[in-house]
Ligand binder design. Sequence first.
Ligand code: SF4
Ligand code: SF4
Length: 293
Amino acid sequence: MTVPNCPFLSLDSLWIQVAGSSCNLRCVHCFNESGPGNREMPPLSREDVRTLLDAAEASGVRDVVFTGGEPFLLPDMAEIAGDALKRFPATILTNGTLLTGQVVERLSAVARDSLYSLEIRVSLDAPSEEANDRIRGKGSFERALSGVARLEEAGFLPIVTAAWGEEGSAPEALEAFDRLLRSRGFRKPRVKFLPVFRTGRERERSGGYGEEERAAAEMLDLLGPERLLCSTARIATSRGIWACPILVNEPDARMGDDLAASCRPFPLAYGACSTCIRHGAVCANAATAAREG
Ligand code: SF4
Ligand code: SF4
C-alpha cells in the first residue's frame, strides 16, 4: 500500500510537551508511556518555553497547547501558561490530580490578566470510579474530580476528556458523564471523547496495530487532510519538533530542530494514523466530539 502524505497547510497550533514524559500517574493506555520518574523526554524550562513562544509568534501560530506527561508537575506551570497567554489563547491538558487550591488560584490570576482564553482539559476515562481507576490508577477519579471542582469554583469551564475505545455506545457514555458531572454540581459539563491509540503502553495491553491497519490515500481524501492535527500543528519537545503529539516516541516522526524545518508534509505511515483518519480525530477544543453546555 502506498503511504499517503499529509500536506502541511499552515502552522496554526503549537503543542508543547512541557512536562516531557514525567507524570505522577501511569495510565495503562498512555500512548507516550509517561510515568513517575520517566526522563525519556526531559521537561522544558520556563526559559525554553519562552524561546518557543517567540518562534511560534514569528511563525504565525494562533494558539498553544501544553501537554506532557503531567504539566502541573512543573512548579511554575501557571506562570508558563501566563507567558503564553500574553500572546495566544492557551490550553493545558492535565490529569487534574495536582490541581490544588493554590495552583488554581495562580492559574486564575494569569487568566484574569490575559486578553486570551485559557482552556483546561482534565482527563477522566470513565464515569465511574472503579472503571476509571482501573485505567488511571487508584484514587485518580476522586482527585481529578476535585481538580475539576476547584477549576469550576474559580470560574473556569474545564473540558473533561475521555479516551474512548470501541466498547459500549458513545451516546450512552456521554449521558453517563453528563449525569456524573451534574451530580457533582458542575454548572456546565463539557465532555470530549478522543480515540484510544494502540501505541505506547496501550500497545502492550491491546496488541497494537496489524500491518494492514494503515492510512490509505482514499481515506485521507474522504476525510480531508485539514481535519488532521498534523496538517496544521507541530509539537515541540526538549528533543526537537515532532509531527504530532501521538508519535513523540517514533524517531522517524521527528521533523527537525526548529519550527521552520518542521513545516513540511508528513507520511502517514503509522497504525495510529489509521485511527486518526477513521475517527476523524480532531484534537482542537472547538471540535469537541461530544456535548458542551
Ligand atoms: S495518559 Fe496522561 S495522565 Fe496518564 S500516564 Fe499518560 S500522561 Fe500521565
Ligand atoms: S497519528 Fe494522526 S495526527 Fe499524528 S501524523 Fe498520524 S494522522 Fe497525523
